[in-house]
Design a protein around this ligand. Sequence first.
Ligand SMILES: Cc1ncc(COP(=O)(O)O)c(C=O)c1O
Length: 375
Amino acid sequence: MQIPFHKTHTTQEEIDAVTEAIKSGWLTMGPKVVKFEEKFKEYVGSDEAVSMNSATAALHLGLKAVGIKRGDEVILPTNTFVATAEVVTYFDAIPVLCDIEENTHNIDVAKIEALITDKTRAIIPVHFAGQPCDMDELYKIAEKYNLKIVEDAAHAIPSSYKGTMIGNLEKSDITCFSFYATKTLSTGEGGMATTNNSEYAKNMKINRLHGISRDAWDRYTTKGAWHYEIVDNGCKYNTTDINASIGLVQLKKQDILREKRAYIASVYNEAFKTLKNVQLPFVKDDRETSWHLYVIKIDNRDEMIERLKEAGVGCSVHFIPIHNHPYYKEKYNYNYEDYSVANRVYEKSLSLPIYPDMSEEEISFVVKNIKEIIA
Ligand SMILES: Cc1ncc(COP(=O)(O)O)c(C=O)c1O
């Protein structure tokens, strides 16, 4: 048996939706994108949703909308994908890395205040594996120092914090989702920024399409189609009706797909709870994770990956901390010792397959192999 680390959930419904989009003759941003944004807002409950071609794009324009400029400092966890730090560098601003919590692997909010200077402008909390960060504690700091909050919710659809869906937390400025191939809602490539601030939404809509005052769909459906003005130095970050057609189908299934992942997590939890040297993922009581990832901590992690690979089970590691990557280490001179928890967590973290279409047999196969290797 071969079990890949991830398999995308795509069915005939997605194929039919793409076929219909192509047959409609409108291949770029059009009515499907508009509908996808409408349905996405409805689902998370936000006032605004601005689709883009990736979460990286959404984070970039999110930071632009809240006013990040050259020389500003933006705080983010070191345990994240490079995109979270990279978007800060687009402004010649400085990514200031924060250590993480040992149990959730999320940013350790208790360590943020020590990093704040008179140049700090924003915090990017990353909801690792889908579990929301300690947002209330974060808002207290943001209010005290007048900082913006742009959430990296690449893993967090659907997730909720104290009963509110990620994407609609009142005190956040902007929330950014990813629809990359391995994500819980996938359009191949794609992203979405949600906000309850109409000015931010307008700014991102203009900047996702070259800084044009009206987007492609507006231009072709309203009078004076030829006329446009460039009002900002924007980017080419819009998504297409083809991608949005997949997104519309996937959006409808989000609750069911999450339930399937939650089920797999519960089977793993039960199977591994008595294993010595295995630490299970920890989810705080007042929040719900999307279960985008199932991450255990284990001794001899590298050996485990090799043995699982030989047995036919694909797995992964999330993440190599930002402060360990040569480019970031050299450019920003991060001190390895400042991230003792992240270093420890990284050494042991192992992400196991957790995708909705895993069969009972496949789940059991993963469990059996882990137990055998540990024994
Ligand atoms: C935490 C995190 N942030 C941002 C991204 C970037 O997402 P995208 O590929 O949609 O740009 C990823 C993608 O893996 C991610 O894991």
